[in-house]
Design a protein around this ligand. Structure first.
Ligand code: PMP
Length: 441
């Protein structure tokens, strides 16, 4: 019996023993197509020899050096690379061990920015419902996934939530994208005015919503309008690209496609591709200057920030993505995946919506297509889809069962950037069989 506390206490999980490219292998010799990159992590697939070589080389040099004594080469190079490829205004990177840590650091940077610049009354965080920003307490308070928050509510800092930009659920019939974008963004301004503009510190959003809703992109101009509202009221815009960033949508950062630059951005999963635990906050020059001209330090830190092994692995992952022009493959294979999903599920009785960008696609399952009524959360349909998919040698990332009554179950598909068309065809075929089997019971 396992001595590990797994998320599902009684689940008996297969033992992963190997992986090559888009496939994972278990101890019984079964092979699985990793069509979700774990949780949208494994962007380069498994067992990449160049990443492995870089990690070995770094382990031979120096595995760990505390940042109060030293900086290190891979961290410096990774920061240079990230800043060079970042949206306008971003000037520095802060390396942590994952997505939740990145969100915690970004929230504290926002708070310290206002303390340093003489606006200590700014403390309110506004985020969105149906969002996920992590499981540590600050990140959990910021996220809008009710199922994950409910029992921990007494421990959470006060935050404020507005509806997300989620066309399938919230755009009215006949409403143009333009007026929906205006209406969805207006929810932010209304909340800011309600709280008092000078009390608001930051607005936090995933440009393309991942874990909680299943690859929901914003409609055109929504994020531009959000940016304008933040600017009008002096509020920092924190974009959480932990899941949708680092190439997953076909551009290095998802927000590039919306023509928007944040004040702070969090990245993680695709940064290290799962080879090492790593996340980062990318911060703008104005925040850096506030710290530099103020107290001279960011009042934060963890033992493993700028970890040399983690940074070396991430650097190698990012170099391979650029060298092999894998974002071009994300765009081409994303279009292929989108087409195939449309063919297989476009008329499916229990698929209400197919959406996403690049190799970040979501399929929303509904009990009734015409009313968009979700399945009863008690059925845990997403868990059934996952089991049926695993039985067919397919890893996808289903979610749902939120208790907000708005949205039901979805399946997230986020394969490695190296996937080819024939493998995508196999993914869609197996997923179709898995969904049919899950809804039949
Ligand atoms: N933000 C987003 C958008 C995420 O998808 C996740 C992880 N699913 C996190 C933050 C938290 O990241 P981690 O699990 O690495 O702490």
């Amino acid at each position: 019996m396992t001595k590990i506390l797994h998320r599902q206490i009684h689940a008996s999980l297969p033992v992963a023993v190997g992986g090559q490219g888009v496939n994972l292998l278990d101890a019984d010799g079964r092979s699985y197509i990793d069509a979700s990159g774990g949780a949208a992590v494994s962007c380069l697939g498994h067992g990449h020899p160049d990443v492995s070589a870089a990690m070995h080389a770094q382990a031979d040099r120096i595995a760990y050096a505390h940042t109060s004594f030293f900086t290190n080469e891979p961290a410096e190079k990774l920061a240079d690379r990230l800043v060079a490829g970042a949206p306008q205004g971003i000037s520095h990177a802060y390396f942590v061990s994952g997505g939740s840590e990145a969100i915690e650091a970004a929230l504290k940077m926002a708070r310290q920015y206002f303390v340093e610049t003489g606006q200590p009354q700014r403390r309110n965080i506004i985020a969105r419902r149906q969002s996920y920003h992590g499981n540590t307490l600050g990140a959990l308070a910021t996220g809008g996934n009710e199922m994950r928050r409910t029992q921990f509510r007494p421990l959470l800092i006060e935050t404020h939530h507005i509806d997300p930009c989620y066309a399938y659920r919230f755009q009215e019939p006949g409403e143009s994208d333009e007026s929906y974008a205006a209406r969805a963004a207006q929810a932010l301004e209304d909340k800011v005015l309600e709280l008092g503009p000078k009390t608001v510190m930051a607005f936090v959003a995933e440009p393309v919503v991942g874990a909680t809703a299943g690859a929901v992109p914003p409609v055109a101009d929504y994020l531009k309008r959000i940016r304008a509202i933040c600017d009008r009221h002096g509020i920092l815009l924190i974009l959480d690209e932990v899941m949708c960033g680092m190439g997953r949508t076909g551009t290095l950062h998802a927000c590039e496609q919306d023509g928007v630059a944040p004040d702070l951005m969090t990245v993680a999963k695709g940064l290290g591709g799962g080879y090492q635990p790593i996340g980062a906050v990318l911060l703008s020059q104005k925040i850096f200057e506030a710290f530099a001209n103020g107290s001279g330090l960011f009042q934060h830190g963890h033992t493993y920030i700028c970890h040399p092994m983690a940074c070396a692995a991430a650097l190698a992952v990012q170099e391979v993505i650029e060298r092999d022009d894998l974002l071009a493959n994300v765009r081409a294979m994303g279009a292929h995946l989108s087409r195939r999903l449309g063919e297989r599920f476009g008329n499916h009785a229990h698929v209400g919506d197919i959406r996403g960008r690049g190799l970040f696609m979501g399929v929303e399952l509904v009990e009734d297509r015409s009313t968009k009524a979700p399945f009863d959360p008690k059925l845990k349909l997403h868990a059934k889809v996952k089991r049926e998919a695993m039985a067919r040698g397919l890893m996808v990332y289903p979610g749902g069962g939120t208790i907000d009554g708005v949205h039901g179950d979805h399946v997230l598909i986020a394969p490695p950037f190296i996937i080819d068309a024939a493998t995508i065809d196999a993914v869609v075929e197996r997923l179709g069989d898995a969904i049919d089997a899950a809804v039949a019971v």
